[in-house]
Design a protein around this ligand. Structure first.
Ligand SMILES: [Zn+2]
Length: 476
């Protein structure tokens, strides 16, 4: 029996709104415990929810980016269960009428194209958080309770852990690009739950579905899925299929294994019913159209365009499109610079990025503007300064915010391309290095490099190396 893995991914995304889903409490991360709460998000009697317009907009924006349809009309539903982190004893979610549905995302994994269908992207509210102490008691923190949460569910179209990893990588880029979430996994803003089973496409035979929880990085999703596929394969291969059952497992990061948490609940267990306190959601069509039409170019498409339009290597394009701000910076600099885009890419990814990282400054706040970087690169291109001097100039630009031309003029860093000025230095070098000079005369070409180096040294790197090389050859 040839069984193939069938994996679906459910991703929860905290939306980057100022206030919560159904009240005006702040969503600020790291606030004093239980300070961002009110009667509505604590579910006190008599309080009524009011939907957050921004959250609805963000789900529509995400749906649009994932090629989903946007419902003309949809409803919220109550998902009922009792747990201390849920003060109302129900979570407001969406059930049979999601806000957006039927989309897809195209990935390239190991050079192969893969299309993953998106079943739905809907809106709900986050739960609070139980904090279990070593003493055996539990604290409950409700600041997170009621923060707008988007759930994105795929069809079980993944067949490998590598595909899951690429999907999450792309999804995170998209969410950041369209500005709906920080998508920071460490802060719990993006949480993924894979469902894994094995399936025989010919006979339809399949192992029971296993859902995996407690995953807080893309890497742990990758590892957990890989482990779970292997675990189920081994169980089947050993003829112990009857030991497999539908369940929820947790990922044990330290031991690199999945472990049983509980038998899986079915949707019947939650007794979903339409939320009576909220009217159906009927987003205005013109408003929806406006949101859909303002969807920016997505990272994967932009990466591909960078390769074609600017002829930069795929590696560069991927790095440069990691954030919208960085991609914008690169493009704007290219527009202002007449030389090769690869030069811009090298300087942005190399010297500028390392200055930014060292100073802990984001590209949005770069003290070196696109115009100033373009000017610096033009100075190299026009042989006004050497590449080596340019690195120092960039450092000064970064510190002072001044323009390259200003710094070069003020500090007298122009490359010496005047043969008269170089002549005397070359005379000196020839006089001081009879050995290498003899070597050059005997045809040992390597020695000329040494002599050029000596001239560069004497001129503090300001001589035009091409010119020095030419002049030395003429003289010897
Ligand atoms: Zn509240």
């Amino acid at each position: 029996m040839a069984m193939e893995p069938m994996i679906g991914l459910e991703v929860h995304v905290q939306l980057d709104t100022e206030s919560k889903m159904f009240c005006s409490c702040s969503t600020q991360f790291g606030a004093e415990p239980n300070s961002n709460v009110c009667p509505t998000c604590l579910g006190l009697p008599g309080s009524l929810p009011v939907p957050n317009r921004k959250a609805v907009e963000y789900v529509i924006r995400t749906g649009a980016a994932l090629g989903c349809k946007v419902a003309d009309r949809c409803r919220f539903a109550r998902k009922n269960y009792f747990y201390p982190d849920l003060p109302k004893n129900f979570q407001v979610s969406q059930y049979d009428e999601p806000l957006t549905y039927d989309g897809s995302i195209d990935l390239t994994v190991d050079g192969e194209p893969v299309r993953i269908r998106i079943r739905r992207a809907h809106l709900e509210e986050d739960t609070g958080k139980n904090i279990h102490l070593q003493t055996g008691s539990t604290l409950v923190e409700y600041n997170r309770g009621g923060i707008p949460l988007m759930e994105i569910v795929t069809e079980p179209d993944f067949t490998t852990a590598e595909q899951c990893r690429e999907y999450l990588t792309q999804l995170r880029l998209i969410l950041r690009c369209i500005g709906v979430s920080t998508a920071n996994m460490e802060e719990g803003a993006l949480r993924a739950e894979p469902t894994v089973n094995l399936n025989d496409r010919q006979t339809g035979e399949a192992t029971p579905k296993v859902e995996i929880k407690n995953l807080n990085s893309i890497r742990s999703v990758f590892e957990a899925v890989k482990y779970e596929i292997a675990r189920q394969r081994k169980t089947v291969a050993e003829g112990r299929e009857d030991e497999l059952f539908q369940q929820t497992r947790r990922w044990d990061e330290n031991n690199g294994v999945t472990a049983l948490m509980r038998r899986k609940e079915t949707s019947d267990d939650y007794m979903y019913f339409p939320e009576p306190d909220l009217v159906p959601l009927e987003p205005d069509r013109a408003w929806v159209e406006g949101i859909v039409n303002s969807c920016p170019e997505l990272p994967a498409a932009r990466c591909e365009r960078f390769c074609e339009q600017y002829e930069v290597p795929e590696y560069d394009a991927r790095v440069l499109t990691e954030t919208r701000a960085l991609a914008d910076y690169f493009e704007e600099t290219c527009e202002r610079f007449e030389g090769a885009a690869k030069t811009v890419s090298n300087w942005v990814m190399g010297d500028l990025m390392s200055l930014l990282n060292e100073a802990g400054v984001s590209i949005e706040r770069s003290p070196v503007s696109c115009a100033n970087l373009a000017e610096l690169l033009s100075l190299i291109e026009e042989n006004v300064i050497s590449g080596k001097i340019a690195k120092d100039v960039l450092g000064t630009m970064f510190e002072t915010g001044r323009s390259a031309r200003e710094i070069v003029a003020e500090e007298g860093l122009e490359q010496i391309s005047d043969s008269g000025a170089l002549e005397s230095v070359i005379d000196e070098v020839i006089a001081e290095n009879p050995g290498p000079v003899q070597d050059v005369r005997e045809g040992k070409d390597k020695a000329i490099g040494f002599l050029v180096g000596q001239v560069m040294k004497k001129t503090q790197g300001q001589a035009n190396p091409g010119m020095v090389n030419e002049m030395l050859r003429e003289r010897l």
